[in-house]
Design a protein around this ligand. Structure first.
Ligand code: AMP
Length: 477
């Protein structure tokens, strides 16, 4: 349970390389989920950062399997007061050892690491990765049209090492011999900007919400990046405006990536094809706004509700299925039975795919807005809203409607100091989408709830605002 730093990196290699399983543990989860996960995984030794001491002490009260606790620090920083049984100091443990450890020869199909899904519905499920799948995933991630790793790069994974293996970057950076820069707990815009500049970062990776802070800092202080040329953005849809700003204001190319805990995680990246290179910038950005083409080793298809395969025509929208060498076969301990359908993993994402094979997520299937029997993709609507200069963040949810069952409702956080009316925002959609996709109303809020992995918690928004339009319809009747 740790931030991205050198001791965490040592554990990535030392734990798995010694034949044990590295279970990366997300400290942002709810205490109940933490307790469930540690018991379910039968964790034995918990390595943790002192900033998580409170969470770890609470977890210790509810867990029997963890026999040893190790604080990731040196002797001088060990806590004086704590309630943990059998607490060790990481640096003391290392000092007591020689460099002569005999690394075991492991079967490539043995387990190397374990990660739990975010578990927004029900209990989190574990995904156990093998050494083989991790290495194959790493080869694919390093490919030129995937994450393009090179020994010439200085790579900054802001994406946490406690979730989805930090998109494989701790492995990929070492495989290609890149310099790796780790941000620790300092993820605000100012700290990240200074780190990028002082370490000469060329390639960074993070979720859109973190990059919003970085761009906000750069914009308000009129700063530019002197070494960073590429950034990988994934975890949730990257707003078009962020792609444009990185490119036109800062000369940084966004590579959007899509993946899941269940896919190790890399599935697709939005790298250009040769035919795109000479297109105008706006068309570049449209390509980057898609989640992209499958990296070699991953196959995709979209299917309708009956399971029939849909064409790759950029129009048909269906459930996204994937398969490949680093896609799970079953959840840890066979939780929930086999998730596969004829060998394909149903991702729970809804997408379209164009003739060039670029996939675009339109929604999580549970977030799709079903208006009069037709689907409306909330991500398209959020993208448009977020390209309005007054909008910082937007979430589009399904609100109940007496006639259409559900209609889109836009929840918006305005940029600091910016003003816009609900009507002006709704007018902004005109001509950009089919008229019937236009949201029925806008609710302005001061913040949108985020989950433990930086994704918008639309379930919470739905609980709060699902009846918003019913009141409105009643009032207008
Ligand atoms: P997790 O297992 O926590 O990484 O969550 C995986 C889910 O995150 C996917 O199934 C998608 O719904 C979402 N996701 C990841 N990357 C993207 C992306 N680039 N665009 C839209 N959604 C994404």
């Amino acid at each position: 349970m740790a931030w991205n730093h050198h001791r965490h990196l040592e554990l990535y290699y030392a734990v798995s390389g010694s034949g044990a399983v590295l279970h990366t543990f997300n400290p942002r989860l709810h205490a109940d989920q933490m307790a469930y996960i540690a018991n379910h995984a039968n964790d034995q030794i918990l390595f943790f950062d002192l900033s998580f001491l409170t969470q770890v002490q609470a977890l210790a009260q509810r867990n029997q399997s963890i026999k040893t606790y190790v604080a990731l620090t040196d002797r001088a920083h060990m806590p004086e007061a704590h309630s943990l049984p059998n607490l060790h100091c990481y640096e003391d443990l290392l000092d007591a050892e020689t460099d002569g450890f005999q690394w075991p020869d492991l079967d490539e199909t043995s387990a190397s690491s374990l990660c739990y899904t975010s578990g927004t519905t029900g209990n989190p499920k574990g995904v156990l990765y093998s050494h083989r799948s991790t290495v194959l995933h790493c080869y694919a991630a390093a490919l030129p049209d995937a994450l393009l790793g090179s020994a010439k790069d200085t790579i900054l994974p802001v994406v946490p090492m406690f979730h989805v293996n930090a998109w494989g970057l701790p492995y990929m950076a070492c495989m290609v011999g890149a310099k790796l820069v780790l941000p620790g707990p300092w993820l605000d815009g100012k700290s990240l900007f200074e780190l990028i500049e002082s370490e000469g970062v060329t390639l960074s990776a993070g979720v859109p919400t973190v990059w919003q802070g970085l761009l906000g800092h750069a914009e308000s202080h009129r700063l530019g990046f002197s070494t960073m040329t590429r950034t990988i953005i994934g975890g949730s849809a990257c707003p078009l405006e962020m792609i444009r700003s990185f490119d036109e204001d800062y000369g940084v190319q966004v590579i959007q990536g899509w993946g899941m805990t269940e896919t190790s995680p890399l599935g697709t990246t939005s790298a250009f094809k040769g035919k795109h290179l000479h297109l105008p910038k706006a068309q570049h950005h449209a390509v980057q706004a898609k989640q992209g083409r499958g990296v070699f080793g991953i196959e995709m298809k979209i299917v309708d509700r009956e399971g029939a395969e849909l064409p790759w025509n950029d129009q048909s929208v269906g459930d996204l299925m994937v398969r490949g060498s680093w896609v799970l076969r079953a959840y840890f301990k066979d939780e929930g039975g086999s998730p596969l359908v004829d060998g394909w993993f149903p991702t729970g994402d809804v997408a379209r795919i164009d003739a060039d094979g670029y996939m675009q997520i339109t929604d999580r299937s549970k977030d799709v807005i079903k208006s009069g029997g037709e689907w409306i993709g909330s991500i398209d609507l959020e993208n448009i809203a977020m390209s309005h200069p007054a909008v910082a963040t937007a979430a589009c949810i399904a609100a109940r409607h007496p006639k259409w069952d559900e209609r889109p409702l836009l929840i918006v956080v305005k940029k600091t100091g910016a003003e816009v009316t609900a009507q002006a925002l709704l007018d902004f959609f005109e001509g950009k989408i089919a008229k019937w996709w236009t949201p029925d109303d806008v609710v302005f809020v001061s913040s949108i709830p985020l989950g433990a992995t930086g994704k918008m918690l639309k379930g919470e928004l739905r609980q709060q605002y699902a009846n918003h339009l019913l009141g409105e319809v009643a009032a207008n009747a």
